[in-house]
Design a protein around this ligand. Structure first.
Ligand code: BG6
Length: 490
């Protein structure tokens, strides 16, 4: 994070302060930023929710989350000791989010902070609430005049899911735009906060040797796999409505796709980068090849219909139709209850044009694996000569691992980076309105197809496997196969 300045004094207002996200992610991340001296000590944090808590009870609740989830709390000298000092900046306000009165009181509190500390009217509103409340809160912020300040900036962070389909995402964009300008809106996708996801750009554009190979001239195809070993757990109610396309593809897998495929941006600046991401999405042709799967025990989960056909797994083949990628298929897959948790982008290079060695040798093509998680790093598989007589070759792997080079625990949590960027006004890692809508316009036709007569059959798979065999056939038809998730090896 050394490129990033310490934030300036600001008030952070968390709507949904008694929720899971606040306790598990937001406050632990803010705490780590404080411990690393990246958050100004004059930052004020107001938690708002309906429940009636005292400031003390609120802080105790947050402390539990910090102990369990903050990266800083597990450091060698347990920096949780700093909490008594930092905790004074956390206050709680109970209020009905539908009532303008709540926003009037919030406004008073913001002004009091401006008088007492150096927050200068700057406020970041974090919507850590169910999506059904986004519009209402934004509208009330507007009606109370809290969306603007004569003295400082006002910004809003909107969590995912951003809409349920293209139409609802458009509507949500329009509703938020009535109150906030686009440059005040930070749509979060925590994948963009992952260090290894940002490293896709460093890898491609801070090195001279890979980019010349990064095209249809040398790449045979790309695989993007986000596999999860857990099922839907206590989120089954939400998941039943969402399914894997909305939950993972419209956002996380699309982000991985755009960063892998984009043209070199001329600067690391929010709009320049997001223009390039949007261009990739515009170039994707309609998706016609897909597989939808469901793990066998899914229908027994609580809150899941006994005849549910919600997909917990999907595999797609797509084409990015532009000069760089024409003819290079991108295969994407993601699912729950699979063999391993792993996120990996595998770039498979073309076969050598001519083989000067014995014809019976099986020379597997070179593969570059960007290991997003776990065991974060990069692997390059290539052929090497087996020692000894003859010219027999076999694949070997060259590996880089973050933990080895930067030390265990060096990787920040995604929310640390994203919160700090939002405080510093850098929207590079946040989705712009058009990007969100373009991502939905890729997924929407597929959702429609899956709900209609043309839907591919729902393929069931056993928990703990690699998903339905239909997904293997999707690649086998093209003479290809999914790569073993090599990033999980240590
Ligand atoms: C969330 C999805 O956005 O991402 C979850 O709603 C999923 O279903 C999670 O489990 C995966 O995130 P990560 O960081 O664990 O890969």
């Amino acid at each position: 994070m050394n490129r990033i300045d310490r934030s300036k004094p600001t008030t952070i207002v968390i709507f949904g302060a008694s929720g899971d996200l606040t306790q598990r992610k937001l406050v632990p991340a803010l705490h780590t930023l404080s411990c690393r001296e990246l958050l100004s000590p004059d930052t004020r944090i107001i938690g708002i929710a309906r429940s009636d808590y005292s400031d003390e009870a609120f802080r105790e609740n947050l402390y539990e989350g910090i102990v369990e989830h903050s990266r800083a709390a597990s450091g060698p000298d347990d920096v949780c000791q700093l909490w008594p000092d930092f905790s004074k900046n956390y206050t709680y306000m109970s209020g009905d989010l539908a009532e303008l009165e709540t926003y009037r009181r919030l406004g008073d509190r913001l002004e009091a902070f401006d008088r007492e500390s150096d927050t200068r009217g700057c406020a970041l509103f974090y919507l850590a609430v169910p999506p059904t409340l986004y519009t209402m809160i934004v509208e009330r912020l507007g009606r109370s005049g809290l969306n603007r300040s004569d003295k400082g900036w006002r910004r809003v962070i909107v969590e995912k899911p951003f809409g349920h389909d293209l139409e609802s995402a458009r509507r949500l964009n329009q509703e938020i735009h009535q109150v906030f300008d686009e440059d005040q809106i930070y749509r979060i996708d925590h994948y963009m906060g992952k260090e290894t996801v940002q490293n896709i750009m460093s890898f491609r554009f801070a090195n001279a040797i890979f980019e010349p190979l990064w095209s249809r001239n040398y790449i045979d195809h790309v695989q993007i796999s986000v596999t999860e070993s857990v099922g839907v757990g206590h989120r089954a109610g939400y998941y039943e409505q969402a399914g894997v396309l909305r939950d993972m593809f419209q956002n996380h897998l699309t982000q991985l796709l755009t960063l892998t495929a984009l043209e070199p941006p001329v600067a690391f600046e929010a709009n320049v980068l997001r223009d390039e991401k949007a261009k990739v999405l515009r170039a994707v042709s309609p998706i016609t090849d897909s597989v939808r799967g469901q793990y066998r025990a899914y229908r027994d989960e609580k809150e899941v219909a006994a005849d549910s056909d919600t997909a917990t797994y999907a595999a797609l083949k797509l084409q990015v139709d532009n000069w760089r990628w024409r003819g290079v298929p991108f295969y994407l897959r993601s699912g729950k209850n699979l063999a391993l948790k792993s996120t990996e982008i595998a770039i498979q290079f073309k076969e050598v044009p001519h083989l000067m060695f014995q014809a019976d040798q099986d020379i597997s093509p070179d593969v570059l694996s960007l290991c997003i998680q776990p065991n974060e790093g990069i692997h390059l598989r290539f052929q090497a000569k087996e020692p000894g007589a003859g010219m027999q070759t076999r694949p070997v792997t060259m590996e880089f691992h973050y933990a080895e080079h930067f030390g265990a625990g060096a990787l920040p949590d995604a929310y640390e980076r994203l919160l700090l960027d939002a405080l510093n006004g850098d929207a590079s890692l946040f989705a712009r309105a058009d990007e969100i809508e373009l991502a939905w316009s890729l997924i929407d036709p597929l959702l429609e197809q899956w709900e209609g007569e043309e839907a591919p059959p729902l393929a069931f798979y056993e928990a703990g496997t690699w998903g339905p065999s239909d997904a293997d056939r999707l690649l086998a038809r093209d003479g290809r196969a999914w790569h073993q998730q090599c990033c999980t090896e240590t």
